[in-house]
Design a protein around this ligand. Structure first.
Ligand SMILES: Nc1ncnc2c1ncn2[C@@H]1O[C@H](COP(=O)(O)OP(=O)(O)O)[C@@H](O)[C@H]1O
Ligand SMILES: [Mg+2]
Ligand SMILES: [Zn+2]
Length: 512
């Protein structure tokens, strides 16, 4: 007898519906799976056999053929266990299961018949919705995320026996529902607040500009000066996630297997990969293919500490996501595209010994050593970083201060929101209405300056030796500074502040 049920295959952070056909016929006991299954899918038969027996069902001592269609799509992951097991029961069990055709099913089986959580339940539920399916059966820990798709009725189960009892109507389970908007609106503010950072007024100002205009940042300062602390607080001054963004971020974490049963990711992600990270882990890759850190940071912050320590082969390919806000991951014959729209915050010591420009200690690095150190971050990546921010060490006395009186993230976030609204009015209907994303050829038109501003910039160029690229970066940042001030005109004082954030364009060592 032949049974048919649906499941899903992941493609990037999307999915498509897969037909699972199970044929049980007379012949020597043997199970064959066809339709481009990968290792985990081919091994499913062993898990299913044990799970069925231990849950009190029989594994047919006959010839079983499992066909996964469309055949051109690779089937990866362990979530085909449950649909195949139910397909076998539908084809063979007495009493038989009702028709499974309206169902999309996913779940990994333990040998004892437990149903374990899987990756990608949200995108698969969304695919089931697009395909017009009415119900989806998922592992209980995946039920909330599947309900986010707001499509098929979601039934969560913990065991194979529960799934069967529900399908037979013996012990019907309640569909899982979720109020995503309510979850989002009751999200507390980020745990760490800008007010935790004492002093550092100019670094905080730079972070505010970065948040307002979507600019990437490089923090330069000695160890212990608070660079990591500052970087981690950038999301607290970014606008909160809207519902679509929250669902998108949740889908990414679902595909990455990082959701851990949470119904909805409600805060912007911060990812801080170590400098020893491989290109596959940073950019995406592996088998089955997983999103990398650049995708996990989508709609949030990618923090790369000790920037010069990262390997060239991971830094160079960062250019694509920084320009296109997505990443193409090659695999075998084809490729997968993951979203990768993040704000980049990087940090480095001013020199290898860490003390260049430090008030309390002296630097022992020679000019050639300094040059080599800085050249490790020069080039394409530095070109994409609008703000260079010097972060000096804060005096110990200030750290112990009992009455901080520092501005909180809520206050800063409100100014960021107002500046973003101004950009939206000017840049709509662009997909990303942020100054940092104004294309080079349009900078002069959209960030117009008057003759006094031009004179100031020319003088600064002569003095600092700024490149043409640095020039457009200064204009974008000056535009954001004007937007924060609520002004339509970019003034010389906006420009003067923007010029300060190009410290790495100056000749190393000379300017200190
Ligand atoms: N401005 C500051 N306000 C409060 N604490 C600070 C400040 N600067 C440094 N610290 C303390 O020093 C520690 C080290 O800071 P960190 O951000 O790791 O420095 P860096 O990344 O520059 O090496 C922090 O955990 C924090 O406790
Ligand atoms: Mg640090
Ligand atoms: Zn040094």
């Amino acid at each position: 007898m032949l049974a048919r049920v649906r499941s899903g295959a992941l493609r990037g952070i999307d999915a498509l519906v897969v037909d699972v056909e199970v044929d049980v016929s007379s012949g020597l006991p043997h199970t064959t799976t066809v339709g481009l299954p990968d290792g985990a899918v081919r091994e499913a038969a062993d898990r299913i056999r044990a799970a069925l027996r231990n849950a009190g069902f029989e594994y047919p001592q006959r010839r079983i053929t499992v066909n996964l269609a469309p055949a051109g799509v690779r089937k990866e992951g362990t979530h085909y266990d449950l649909p195949i097991a139910l397909g076998i029961l539908a084809a063979e069990a007495k009493p038989p299961l009702p028709d499974l055709a309206p169902w999309c099913v996913l779940g990994e089986l333990g040998l004892d018949g437990h149903v374990h959580r899987v990756r990608g339940a949200l995108p698969i539920a969304a695919a089931a919705k697009r395909a017009g399916l009415h119900a989806i059966l998922v592992p209980a820990p995946n039920a909330a995320e599947a309900a986010l798709a707001d499509g098929p009725a979601v039934i969560g189960v913990d065991t194979l026996a529960e799934a069967v009892a529900h399908l037979r109507g013996e012990a019907p389970r309640k569909p899982t529902t979720i109020d995503a908007a309510a979850l989002l609106s009751t999200t507390p503010l980020a745990a760490s607040d800008l007010a935790d950072v004492r002093g550092q007024q100019s670094a905080k100002r730079a972070l505010e500009i970065a948040a307002a205009g979507g600019h990437n940042v490089l923090l330069i300062g000695p160890p212990g000066s608070g660079k990591t602390m500052l970087a981690r607080r950038l999301p607290s001054i970014l606008p909160p996630l809207d519902l679509d963004e929250a669902i998108e971020v949740t889908a990414i974490q679902s595909v990455a297997g990082l959701l851990d049963g949470r119904p909805l990711v409600t805060t912007r992600p911060v990812r801080a990969p170590h400098c020893s990270i491989s290109d596959a882990a940073l950019l995406g890759g592996g088998a089955p293919i997983r999103p990398g850190e650049v995708t996990l940071a989508h709609r949030g912050v990618l923090f790369m500490d000790e920037l010069p320590e990262f390997r060239r082969n991971v830094l160079e390919p960062l250019r694509q996501p920084l320009e296109e806000r997505r990443i193409t991951v090659a695999r075998g014959a084809g490729s997968v595209v993951f979203p990768a729209d993040f704000q980049l915050v990087t940090a480095m010591n001013p020199c290898p010994c860490g003390y260049l420009g430090d008030a309390a200690d002296t630097c022992r690095c020679t000019p050639p050593i300094l040059d080599r150190y800085r050249s490790r971050v020069s080039g394409p990546l530095l070109d994409r970083i609008d703000l260079h921010v010097e972060v000096p060490r804060v005096p110990v006395a200030l750290l112990g201060d009992e009455a901080p009186g520092e501005e909180t993230s809520v206050v800063v976030r409100a100014r960021v929101g107002a500046a973003r609204a101004r950009q939206r009015r000017r840049l709509a209907p662009r997909p990303v209405p942020l100054n940092a994303h104004i294309p080079g050829r349009e900078v002069r038109r959209l960030c117009r300056i008057g003759p006094p501003g031009r004179r100031l910039l020319e003088a600064a160029s002569d003095r600092l030796g700024l490149s043409a690229r640095a020039y457009t970066r200064i204009l974008r940042v000056a535009r954001t500074i004007a937007d924060l001030a609520g002004e339509d005109e970019i003034t010389t004082s906006h420009l003067a502040e923007a010029i300060q954030y190009r410290s790495l364009d100056r000749h190393p060592g000379n300017s200190r």
